[in-house]
Design a protein around this ligand. Structure first.
Ligand code: FAD
Length: 467
């Protein structure tokens, strides 16, 4: 058998991995680059739950694995502020971050992203910001280019076609990275396991680890084996809120996404909105193929718009010594919700929660807000979320009601549980290189980012460093 050798091997074909390959190919088309992903090639990605509303636990999960990673069916909101979607500002100054975002954005545009940017009408944004401040709410202004789930898929598919047909980039689907090989402090290669075949070692000059949140535990395990330090990150736990569009319209029509932060009254916990989807749908996604968590997205196609807006309200917690398992903690809370619903997502009217009673099917039928996630089981979130989280969420909803009257209403729907992990932070330098020479850790899996744009930026930084 011939020895498999590449200049660069990239683990994970999400935005971080794809942008590494795009930037490498731009600077040197002859470089032999291999991207591996445990999921499928983009055209073969198909999530049955998107048609039936019922998850059948595909392995690998088509929503988070395969070409485009978690970005394939995402809402495709490209956040154009370095303050949103990760912490690249810990690794570079603001000017550099802004330049890189602009550059990455131009690549998304080149591959077909919409030319419209929301949230840049500064007069209106300033007015909303002032209103928010009056109620101790911090509004983070952020330009957003919205691709929509349908367009995001096509943009990322074009990137695949370009890389495979016009550069020396190879893609292996259904291939999982196992052990990383290191020799005298320098990376040597990686053992790959293709579904149904014997493990195979590939050798490389540079190894880029971009396994996303789905591969965060694998990355953390490998870091432990090799002796690279990792640090606890926050875990964000909360609910997805769904209301009629009319309640949020005056914010979303100018901002598209109103990014708001509030420190709760009782515990002073940081609570934030996340991933706002006007005219969108609430969806179910899975971790480890089994834990159901809630999410949301929307389509660019006006025909696919709904009457509802959804967004997450998340409470951030950074656990301190001696606790080292924030991800496990988040999963545990999500599993409690799954346990009470027979394995799925729970939905409750805010009014029922405040009255200390369960939402049942008959109460849900009376709701003015018609749920878009029809598989969600009506229940009682107070059996799921710890009091600290629940109190912080309801206090925040009350505060946000001042900006969006009606939000703190009886028929506002709360779906649980939404969990966002920042994966454990892998120790890297400002070029995202680990202590192992020529080995890089980027994107969501390395605990550096939590959004498409910043994940893409980390890929560009690594590619420029390699060349
Ligand atoms: C439903 C949904 C909606 C979202 N909407 C938005 C949005 O509107 N805007 C936004 O900015 N962000 C959004 N996000 C988040 C965004 O998708 C992620 O931040 C982004 O995709 C992270 O990019 P990444 O390249 O770091 O990782 P990922 O995109 O997660 O890609 C990592 C890839 O690595 C693969 N992998 C993992 N482990 C291994 C292994 N051992 N071997 C081989 N392959 C492996 C995985 O299969 C996966 O394909 C959304 C996410 C979801 C799930």
């Amino acid at each position: 058998m011939t020895k498999q050798e590449y200049d660069v091997v990239i683990i994970g074909a999400g935005p971080a991995g794809i942008f590494t390959a795009l930037e490498l190919s731009k600077r040197d088309r002859d470089r032999r680059v291999l991207i591996v992903d445990k999921g499928r090639e983009i055209r073969k990605r198909n999530c049955p739950a998107r048609k039936t509303g019922k998850c059948v636990n595909c392995q690998p999960c088509a929503i988070v694995s395969g070409w485009s990673g978690a970005g394939a069916f995402s809402d495709g909101k490209l956040s154009l502020s370095p303050e949103v979607g990760g912490r690249i500002l810990d690794y570079m100054d603001r000017k550099e971050a802004e330049d890189l975002i602009q550059y990455a954005d131009s690549i998304y545009l080149r591959f077909g992203a919409s030319s419209i940017i929301h949230g840049l009408n500064t007069t209106r944004v300033d007015e909303i910001k002032y209103e928010a401040q009056k109620y101790n709410i911090r509004l983070i202004p952020c330009g957003v280019r919205h691709l929509g789930t349908d367009k995001a898929f096509n943009v990322l598919m074009r990137m695949y076609d370009y890389l495979i047909s016009e550069t020396h980039t190879e893609f292996r689907e259904l291939t999982t990275a196992q052990d990383i090989l290191v020799n005298k402090g320098k990376v040597e290669g990686v053992v790959l396991q293709k579904k149904g075949e014997a493990p195979q070692t590939v050798y490389c000059e540079h190894l880029v680890l971009a396994p996303g949140r789905d591969g965060a535990e694998w990355l953390s395990d490998q870091a432990g084996k090799i002796g690279i330090r990792t640090f606890n990150n926050e875990v964000d736990i909360g609910v997805r809120v769904e209301v009629p569009n009319a309640i949020m319209d005056h914010l979303t029509k100018d901002l598209y996404e109103a990014k708001m932060i509030y420190y709760s009254d009782t515990f002073e916990n940081k609570v934030r909105t996340f991933c706002m989807n006007p005219g969108g749908v609430v969806s179910e996604e899975h971790y480890d193929g089994k834990i159901a968590v809630v999410n949301g997205h929307s389509y660019a196609d006006p025909k696919l718009k709904t009457d509802n807006t959804n967004f997450a309200v998340l409470v951030s917690t950074r656990f301190t010594e001696p606790f080292h398992q924030p991800i496990e903690y988040g999963k545990y809370v999500a599993q409690l919700g799954n346990m009470l619903t027979g394995g799925g997502i729970m939905v409750q009217r805010l009014g029922d929660l405040m009255m200390g009673r369960r939402t049942d099917a008959s109460r849900l039928r009376k709701s003015v807000t018609i749920p878009t996630l029809t598989s969600a089981v009506p229940g009682d979130l107070s059996y799921v979320l710890p009091q600290r989280y629940l109190t912080s969420i309801t206090e925040t909803m009350k505060a946000f009601d001042k900006l969006a009257p009606g939000l703190y209403g009886r028929d506002t729907l709360l779906y649980g549980v939404e969990v966002k992990f920042y994966s454990s932070k892998v120790e890297v330098n400002n070029q995202f290189e680990t202590e192992v020479q020529n080995m890089y850790a980027i994107g969501d899996g390395a605990g550096v980012t939590r959004g498409l744009m910043q994940a893409s930026v980390t890929g560009i930084v690594v590619a420029r460093n390699i060349i």
